[in-house]
Structures are given as structure tokens and as C-alpha cells.
Design a protein around this ligand. Sequence first.
Ligand code: PLP
Length: 377
Amino acid sequence: MAVYLDNSATTKPCPEAVAAVNKMLTENYGNPSSLHGLGIEAMKAVSAARQAIADKLGCEKEEIFFTSGATEANNLALFGAASAMKRKGNRIVTTAIEHESVLQAIDELERQGFEVIRLMPDEKGFISISDLRDAIDEKTVLVSMMYINNEVGSVLPVEKIRKIVSLKNSPALIHTDCVQAFGKIDVRPKKLGADLISITAHKIHGPKGCGALYVKKGTKINPRTFGGEQEKRLRPGTEAAPLIAGFGAAVEALPDFKEQSKKAEELNLYAIERLAALDGVIINSGENASPYIINAYIPSFMRSQTVLQWLYSSHGICVSNGSACAKGKKSHVLSAMRLNDEIIDKSIRISFSRENTKDDVDALCSALKELIEKYPK
Ligand code: PLP
């Protein structure tokens, strides 16, 4: 059995999600748009999942649009908003530490003529509110800032954006990628002041290939794809009903936030203490980071990619270096934090879910101790 500490890349589907997907594939396989009984049953399942997600976010069911994941939700939000808003101004404000699906979509918008301001983080991955204030002006049409960074766990000041946007008389729509926050802390669009929120099922023990975009009622964004009537024409195409049902079941199976956060904080403290006790290990994540993500430098002659392979082949332990999507490229997040190349090349990300225990941390730390002793810098 693997010791799975790569939950920011993806999580193990929970039994409730597996059962829901299975039921839709084997029994409830109608097209949700079909008018016969099987179609109606499938539509009911999609609708129940939409309601479960809306309840968790404290929003209306009509504000949830299903997508193939957060990559698509981010692209829909960014291109959809930029195209709907382009007559009002030209500036987009974002950060240098967003997920690739935001970074690259915004690079493309820049090529199309938008002026892009990318806020730089401090050495722990935090974004300063005064930089945010300086960046937003009356021509800013879109602000996109993730809530929790997926590589180092820093919590970004998303809640401050709405007030700054109002103070600056900016028409900007506010988008936030809440992939690493949803299901772990209480993500509420109203409290965050967000118009657009991206989430995905596979980071909360649901199936891969299914996500959602929250679009605040009355917010106009343009579609990216064209076709049928599904998802109110904002995201046409036959709904992935089995995956959507699995997403809904995973949301319903989420434990109480407070209890879960307390457990995660305890596990995080334990892990930090044990890691810091290893000779030469440096914790790159800040003290106020999400308890679910620890980024740490491992002093060995091996680069992080080899460390990952060694941890798995010798001890069955799964961790990652940076984001799973970057596939071995130098971490843009650690680079933006201005860490030196030695640290960037040899840091790993340890990420927890509600299923991890101190035994998993013990297994990791004793393997790392062995590695540091066997293969010193
Ligand atoms: N945003 C963040 C912060 C992520 O961590 C991920 C996952 O890798 C994504 C977006 C992309 O999500 P998906 O895999 O559903 O496309």
C-alpha cells in the first residue's frame, strides 16, 4: 500500500463518489437532455449534484456551471470575462504564482492586446495588499487571484479585492481559482466578493474530469464553445452525468470544516516539527500557509525528481515536486519567490488529505532521513 502524500495533485475517490459514478454508468445512463425516464433520472442526478455544490458554496443552484475540470473553468472564466468586458478597459491583474491554466490563458490574453500586471509574491508565497491596491485602476476589467497556492499553500488576499475594486472605481470582474481551498475551508462567493470561482472534483475525493465554474447571478461572460442548450449555453455539450454525480457525492461526503481543519493543523505541526528536525531541511511554506501543503527543501545531491522516484521505488511514498501539471519544469512559484536554484531544484511538495495520519508522516520522515544520510549534498 502506497503512502499517499500527493493530495494537491489529486485525491483518492471516496466510496460515495465511486458508488455514484458506478450507478450512473450501469443503471442511470440516459442522456440528461432526453425526455424519457432514463433521461429524466440522469437530469435529476445532475441537478442534485448542482444543488449539493451550491449548498456548500452558499449560492444558488443556477450559479453553478459544470465543466471538464478547473482548467476549463479557469479558461472559461478568463476568456469569457475578458471578451465580455473588453469595451470597458484593457487591464488584467493577476499573480505570478497562479496555476498554469490561469498563467497561460492570461499570457494568451496579453498576446491579444490586454495589459497584464502580474503581482510578485514574497519569499513565502504571499501577495501584498498594497501591491494589489497599486495595480488595480479604473481601466482594470479582470482580477484573477487563486485563494490557496497549490505548491506552497500560501493563502492569498482574495477577500480584499472587492473593496479595492470599488475604491478604484474599477468595473473589474473578480475571478478566483479555489481548487485547493474548496472542501478544506469554507469557500463562500459572497464572503470572498468573487464573481467567478473555479473548483474541481478530483481534489476533494471525487472523479477526475469534472469541475465547475460559479458565475454570480447577473454576471455576463461570453461562452468559449458553441452547441446545444446545456449549462444555459455557456458550456454546451452532453453533461458528464456520471462524473457530475460523483462530484456531488464527494461534496456531500465532505466532513465538517472545523473538525477537519483542526486535524489538518495538528498533522501539519507534527510534520513540520519532524521535517525541521532532519539535518539541513528547509521549509519553504510560510507559517500561515494552508495546513494541507508543505513545501520543503531536501539537502541531497539528488534533484527533486530523482528524490520522488527514490521515495516511491524504495518506500512506496508518493509526494511531488511543484505542480503535477508542470511535469518536471522548474517551479514558477519557487522562482517567483526568488529562492535560489539549489532550493528550487531540490524541493518537494507534501500534501495531505483527510485520510492521512501521523504514521504517514513518520514513514516519510524516516525515508528522508535515510536519503539524506545515504546521498548527502
Ligand atoms: N488550479 C489549481 C490551483 C490546481 O491545483 C489545479 C490542479 O492541478 C487546477 C487548477 C487544474 O484542475 P483540473 O485538473 O481539474 O483541470
